[in-house]
Design a protein around this ligand. Structure first.
Ligand code: SF4
Length: 102
């Protein structure tokens, strides 16, 4: 994954749509760290397709809510639900210690 700045836009190379959340989280982290406003992001798929999108209030709220949920899970020491797509497990970094794998 490549991350670089174009003014205050984010340029990110990604493999799939599910990384939208990751890109928005990057935007929020950049804003907090550099004290700038990230207005938009550009995601580049592995086949070269470009997706340019605004970092909207809805996206910001989505990620802030997700982070709140994650923080609550950590505080409760609750494990996340295992994926229903077991194909993901084959490339998962945590497979060797995952209690829900297999
Ligand atoms: S190995 Fe465990 S943590 Fe990794 S994708 Fe599968 S269920 Fe999720």
């Amino acid at each position: 994954m490549v991350l670089r700045f174009l003014s205050f836009s984010l340029l990110v190379v990604h493999k799939g749509r599910h990384q939208l959340a990751q890109v928005v989280a990057y935007a929020l982290a950049v804003e907090e760290t550099l004290k700038v406003t990230v207005d938009e992001a550009v995601m580049i798929s592995v086949n070269g397709g470009l997706t340019r999108f605004k970092i909207t209030p809805w996206l910001r709220n989505w990620i802030i809510n997700e982070l709140g949920s994650l923080r609550s899970m950590i505080n409760r020491q609750e494990l996340p639900k295992p994926t229903i797509d077991k194909a993901k497990c084959s490339a998962c970094f945590y497979r060797s210690i995952c209690l829900k794998y297999g």
